[in-house]
Design a protein. Sequence first.
Length: 284
Amino acid sequence: MYYHDSRLQYPVTCERPDPAFATLLQQAIGGVEGEIRVCMQYFFQAWGNRAPDSKYRDMLLHTATEEIGHIEMLATAVALNLDKAPTSLQEEGAADGVVGAIMGGGSGKGAIEHMIHKNLLSAGLAAMPMDSDGVPFNMSHIYASGNVAADMYCNVAAESTGRVLAVRLFNATEDAGMKKMLHYMIARDTMHQQQWLAVLEELGGPGANLPIPNSFPQEQEDQQNNYNFYATAVNGSVPAGRWSSGPSIDGKGEFTVFRNEPLGDTPVLGASRPDSAAQSQQIG
């Protein structure tokens, strides 16, 4: 069960509407690094959580609900940037050619009109559940495995790429209102990265959680290849690093280097079946 408050989670203002920036903001809504992705990811992880202690399910639901508020903020920001964009902005884009160059040629005015046509024709100058290329979000990047440790690592990666995107958007605008909104969202991404790592620490850290799933007996896996770094190089060089020697991160093995070479034979599939419609020379 969820509740709604008509007030925004954080103030969203726009001093100078910029249709081009509205298109960039669409990536933060419906891109693979965007807020729809993390919102749905946390919801499905929570709804499928089977841990005896419900605190992780509850925590995920709290954060997923917070992400709905982020989508609302970004949708508001897109609408504000599209609404009543001054003609002077379009003229400036045409004059200096910057927007036209970014969009691959043509006048700045034409490029801006092309960028927002989907938002105009299908949404009446409002945000849509799509990325900056106009591709609808299709839920293909939702990771909810049912394994809490695996999901937490996925969440750290999601919040990391989301923060990268938010920082790029922050650097792409000079509007004080947009920067204020983004500096808040960047801070929340910081917290969420720490939050998911805190769960992993509470579960025992790498030694207890790795390899994932830690419920599979390691004695049943190939003991000759579970901590080898496979090096495939024509010149024989091996990139030396933490991963190539010394104790493994989980403390259960030693990193070694294996110069990658075939461990199997050339596959022989046999002749084609008579009913396979292959050439007669293929049929045994």
